[in-house]
Design a protein around this ligand. Structure first.
Ligand code: NDP
Length: 378
């Protein structure tokens, strides 16, 4: 096709004469989108570890975490993780700035470290990636990932489509596994997804259906058709006054995935069947460490967590977990297969050109998303 010829030409040119600088969106301090600067003189990152992989980014998504990190969210924990990594790599960099945000992408491998198995990944391969939160991000022409963060992308998707999936896939994968829900045991399990219409919800519904679970989700009335078209068995209007009654009539759930964070105190945990798990993506950990510092923030978070666990759940043999995104090679590979088998499709609400990244951030920070927002670099 024209695209692959174009890609092949581009690959050859860049391979022979790759420039030393790239275009990247950088911030020099935390704040609003006005802090985002499009630099054309950023150095292309170099491989620092034998597991590193240099990716030429063709498309990247924008996630709520990017808009929050722009405002400083999580800086205490992420800076600690950066310090530890820099120390390990004998990197003397002390400040996180200039900081490049962006957690996932789709693109082409340009260089690999000596530990990267060439049978798995080699220069020229089309890949997708979800990058650790403490690393330099994907809102740039090049990014470094590691073997655990980068796999071959689904062949059936364009780069723009593929870029919408890795971060939500990694998050959903970690959340389900942390509550012990896996491909092996999900068949016929009753799962409630609180918040079915956003980036995580639209992906989680499809993964759970591909695993054979029965999926109920909550969403606004205008999103019901979309979530049902993705495979949800039941869509419940969360704005209805009798929502708890409607949920109770469904006779309990084996697993609740909370992507909204407002339900815990509303008795949703009572909807769990014995042995069930309630996993939320909304924990107070980052806010606590940002406000109170590392030690006090962790201590307060531990206290909140134990309080949540002991509120009846543990004694009833039920489980309560906070889940966080974590890169997962196995998860990305399995999801790529499900995409190519037609079991999971990208749900993209809007695509912006790379130069309009600020507009994409504003869009993602505005409520009522329906799927993902992506920026295209090519
Ligand atoms: P999105 O902004 O894409 O989606 C949020 C969705 O929730 C929107 O469609 C919104 O639509 C819907 N919604 C809002 N209020 C409710 C409600 N009360 N009941 C049901 N649905 C509701 O976010 P993501 O899906 O990408 O992420 C979801 C949350 O998970 C975010 O807060 C994000 O920060 C967090 N997250 C945490 C991670 C971690 O590592 N712990 C990783 C990734 C995400 P509408 O308002 O129209 O109803």
């Amino acid at each position: 096709t024209a695209r692959s010829l174009q890609d092949a030409g581009r690959r050859q040119t860049i391979h022979c004469t790759r420039p030393s600088t790239m275009t990247a969106w950088e911030i020099e301090r935390y704040g609003s989108t006005s802090e985002m600067n499009l630099s054309t003189t950023t150095h292309i990152p170099t491989l620092r570890s034998p597991d590193d992989i240099l990716i030429e980014v063709h498309a990247a998504s924008v996630n709520p975490i990017d808009t929050r990190m722009l405002g400083g969210y999580g800086h205490v924990l992420f800076n600690k993780a950066r310090q530890l990594k820099n120390c390990k790599q004998h990197n003397k960099r002390t400040s996180e700035f200039p900081l490049i945000l962006g957690r996932d992408c789709s693109g082409i491998v340009r260089e690999t470290g000596r530990n990267v198995d060439n049978k798995l990944l080699k220069p020229g391969d089309e890949v997708w990636a979800a990058i650790d939160l403490a690393k330099s991000g994907t809102h740039a022409e090049y990014v470094i990932g590691s073997s655990s963060e980068v796999t071959k992308k689904p062949v059936s998707l364009s780069h723009t489509e593929a870029a919408s999936i890795p971060y939500v896939a990694g998050t959903t994968w970690t959340a389900l596994h942390s509550g012990c829900l896996t491909k092996k045991n999900a068949r016929h399990k009753k799962v409630l997804v609180l918040g079915g219409s956003g980036g995580i919800g639209t992906f989680a519904i499809q993964l759970l259906k591909a695993w054979g679970a029965t999926v109920t989700c909550t969403c606004a009335p205008d999103a019901a058709d979309m979530v049902l078209s993705l495979g949800a068995d039941v869509a419940i209007n969360y704005k209805a006054p009798n929502i708890m009654q409607e949920l109770k009539e469904l006779d309990g759930f084996d697993f609740i995935l909370d992507t909204v964070g407002k339900y815990c105190d509303d008795g949703c945990r009572d909807l769990l069947l014995p042995g069930g798990s309630y996993v939320t993506l909304l924990s107070p950990l980052m806010h606590n460490t940002d406000d109170l510092g590392l030690v006090l923030g962790m201590a307060r978070s531990a206290a909140t967590f134990s309080c949540n666990v002991t509120q009846g759940l543990a004694s009833q043999g039920k489980h309560y977990r906070w889940a966080f995104f974590s890169p997962c090679r196995d998860g990305l590979e399995q999801v790529a297969r499900l995409v190519d088998d037609g079991k999971i499709r990208p749900v993209i609400e809007k695509v912006f050109p790379f130069r309009e990244l600020r507009e994409a951030y504003k869009k993602v920070a505005t409520p009522h998303s329906r799927g993902k927002t992506v920026v295209s670099l090519i």
